[in-house]
Write a protein that binds this ligand. Structure first.
Ligand code: ACO
Length: 345
């Protein structure tokens, strides 16, 4: 008998799952050796402290919506869903094309999603998992049939290329999923979200909002860059990743032993390794591609999910756990039973 948990998605009216996944990254590959030409760093330091070897950088004429649209298109194709059948589009991003219109409006128009509503969601790198959980509620309640959830960021636009403690960590990328009803026993089984606003000052972009608009007196270019207390964020991340995964599992009446693949936010290989140990999972049950992309913020979890699928690492009935963490400080997690899509038998 399963234990009843408050807020358990087991109470969903309609089981909701992922019907299709896609991702997109810009062409330019920026290796550690290339970075070392203009910032005081080495390949050895970056690989040793983070596991990152390369990241992608958007072209000057590419914005977040361009990455989001391509990832969205691929997810729609994988799901066999036409843009005009979408009910809702949620774009998780902390680097929208501009403050207004919302990136989701640009995506809606360019995809030709003529019936869809849409909005952006910003909770830094936790954004995609938050958006996934949010989108799932519309399907679970029976209100909507098809929701496109996209995580996309151009983090290189927030980098101070003279600050070696941040510019080596981030990259640009996008991933997307189509949510819809699935067979009973499949889909989202457990979720968890959290924020600790007291830790907010350790990860910031100070200018460009209402407190420090671009034209305010004394505003400096560095105020527009991402600033981070690296060791503090590292300690937070190590403690929160495993705990968030455990809470989503517990919320669904599940345990870590049942997890087939853990897909954490791709920020640092050492953080991923620490959470793997916390969950007592063998390396084969953890997915990482941080080596090739660095931290793509909202793009990170769906990009990892998409590559895991492409590599055949997820099979029907597998239990996967997604965890995001980031600025806020914030975190979110979801335990999902893969499969049960319409027509999948
Ligand atoms: N190359 C060479 N040396 C460097 C570099 C670099 N790229 N960056 C920092 N250093 C130096 C520092 O200056 C310092 O030198 P010092 O001892 O002479 O002062 C030394 O390396 C150690 O620096 P630390 O910051 O203590 O190094 P640490 O081992 O903590 O690693 C890192 C730094 C990789 C940033 C780590 O703290 C980390 O990964 N933090 C978490 C980052 C993260 O997950 N962010 C998520 C953001 S999610 C979102 O919402 C945006």
């Amino acid at each position: 008998m399963t234990t009843e948990h408050p807020n358990s998605p087991q109470g969903y009216k309609t089981p909701v799952g992922i019907l299709g996944v896609g991702h997109f990254v810009p062409d330019e590959v920026l290796t550690n050796a290339e970075l070392a030409k203009f910032v005081d760093t080495t390949d050895e330091w970056i690989v040793g402290r983070t596991g990152i070897r390369a990241r992608r950088r958007a072209a000057p004429d590419q914005a977040t919506s361009d990455l989001a649209i391509e990832a969205g298109r691929r997810a729609l194709e994988a799901a066999g869903t036409r843009p005009e059948d979408l009910d809702l589009i949620i774009v998780a991003t902390m680097t929208p094309d501009c403050p207004m219109p919302a990136t989701s409006s640009i995506v809606q128009h360019k995809l030709g999603a003529t019936r869809a509503g849409g909005f952006d969601l910003n909770i830094a790198c936790s954004g995609f998992v938050y958006a996934l959980i949010t989108g799932a509620q519309f399907v679970a309640s029976g209100t909507y049939q098809r929701v496109l959830v996209i995580g996309a960021d151009c983090m290189t636009r927030l980098m101070n290329w003279k600050d070696r403690s941040t510019c080596v960590l981030f990259g640009d990328g996008a991933g997307a999923v189509v949510l819809g009803p699935v067979a009973s026993g499949y889909g989202m089984l457990g979720i968890h979200t959290g924020v600790n606003g007291a830790g907010g000052p350790s990860l910031t972009v100070n200018a460009g909002g209402s407190r420090m608009p671009s034209w305010s007196e004394g505003v400096k270019p560095s105020d527009f860059y991402l600033q981070m207390e690296g060791p503090e964020v590292f300690r937070f991340a190590v403690s929160v990743m495993g705990e968030a995964a455990l809470k989503a599992l517990d919320n669904g009446g599940l345990t870590p032993e049942q997890v087939s693949l853990f897909i954490p936010h791709q920020a640092n290989a050492r953080i991923i390794e620490a959470s793997r140990k916390r969950l007592n999972l063998p390396p084969a049950r953890v997915f990482s591609n941080v080596e090739n992309y660095g931290n793509t913020s909202c793009g990170s979890v769906p990009l990892a999910l998409s590559e895991a699928l492409q590599q055949g690492r997820i099979q029907d009935r597998d239990l996967i756990v997604l965890v995001g963490f980031g600025g806020g400080l914030s975190w979110a997690s979801a335990a999902i039973r893969w499969g049960g899509q319409p027509g999948s038998g």
